[in-house]
Design a protein around this ligand. Structure first.
Ligand code: HMG
Ligand code: MG
Length: 302
């Protein structure tokens, strides 16, 4: 039934690639995204309109979008953190190729400063007109809150802070807020405590989870959230990536691992797991790094 459908957000082409040493040119990013779409992923992060000085891996995002196929109901959300980003989005005609953007803030000041060069309050001020203008142009807007359990500079983060920010994003009109354990320090107890707190103000149906896998608990935390009622999970094929402003952070939890577990738990994702495993192998080979997934290589070895 629909209640057992989990909406996967494949973050590899954005969150993954933004922290890989190898910078993939536009044509290969397009190839990568097409392979993911062919494997059944419906929501695939297409890139980011951010400063190429800060994140050179995402340069050329508008061109990537212009080569993507929208015809199967696929969505390619892109990060647009500030008004300049949304201007570039429209100036490049990107609304012809994607109907979804994403904005982000964080629940810890030091991380927000490192990531967006401003305070949390200023980042809310910065993203507010972005959300308003995007909604006025009939775009869908996704929100992210980072460092929802812990911060690389400040340690533990108060769940109340996450709740406040998630509510701000939903009240602004984001259709979903993704809760980012940016440095993967959560476990089902701390992650669950945070989730319970956020759920006081935001329905679970509007929440997503976005677990990085630095300490190996990303799968556990994501599955815990699904069992608690969350129906949107962010992950990256082959566990690509990390975060440039979170020292030592690893990539998102591997899509293959999440999908393997979800299917065995009786959830549907719409993704062809074997095909996804092949894409994971392909991109790992291309980047010259071992896959960080467990399930992907195991399925291929069978
Ligand atoms: P800033 O330096 O404070 O901005 O950066 P500024 O307004 O002073 O502008 C500086 C220069 O950047 C100017 O150019 C602007 O035009 C340009 P200059 O005059 O020096 O030539 N600029 C831009 N260029 C392209 N695109 C833009 C843009 N805005 C200004 N949008 C800024 C502010 C937000 C730009 C900067 O901090 C930035 O780009 N940060 C990128 C942060 C980022 O991409 N982080 C990774 C994604 S978030 C993430 O990974 C977390 C997540 O996965 C969830 C989780 O894991 O928790 C979502
Ligand atoms: Mg992330």
């Amino acid at each position: 039934s629909d209640d057992r459908f989990v909406r996967i957000l494949e973050a590899g082409p954005r969150d993954g690639l933004q922290n890989e040493k190898t910078i993939l040119p536009v044509a290969e990013r397009v190839d990568f995204i097409r392979r993911l779409a062919n494997a059944g992923f419906k929501r695939i992060e297409g890139g980011a309109f951010v400063s190429p000085k800060w994140v050179p891996q995402m340069a050329g995002t508008a061109e990537v979008l212009s080569h993507l196929d929208q015809s199967h109901g696929n969505r390619y959300p892109v990060l647009t953190p500030n008004s300049k980003a949304l201007e570039l989005f429209f100036f490049t005609g990107s609304q012809k190729y994607t109907d979804e953007i994403a904005v982000f803030t964080a629940a810890s000041e030091s991380f927000n400063k490192a990531n967006l060069n401003c305070t949390i309050a200023d980042s809310v001020t910065m993203l507010t007109p972005v959300v308003e203008q995007a909604l006025a142009k009939s775009l869908r807007v996704r929100g992210y809150v980072s460092t929802v359990v812990g911060c690389p500079f400040e340690g533990a983060v108060a769940p109340e802070r996450v709740r406040e920010l998630a509510k701000i994003l939903i009240d602004l009109g984001c259709y979903e807020v993704s809760l980012g354990d940016t440095i993967g320090v959560g476990n089902p107890v701390t992650f669950g405590r945070m989730l319970n707190e956020v759920a006081k103000d935001v329905p679970l149906s509007k929440l997503g989870v976005h677990c990085h896998d630095t300490y190996g608990a990303g799968v556990a935390n994501s599955l815990f959230a699904v069992e608690a009622g969350v129906r949107a999970v962010d992950c990256a094929i082959a566990g690509l990536g990390g975060c440039p402003y979170a020292p030592g952070a690893k990539g998102n939890v591997a899509s293959e691992d999440i999908i393997y577990a979800l299917h065995n738990m009786g959830y549907a994702t719409g993704v062809d797991l074997d095909a996804a495993a092949q894409v994971g192998k392909w991109i790992s080979d291309r980047l010259g790094r071992p896959s960080a997934s467990r399930a992907g290589p195991a399925l291929i070895a069978k």
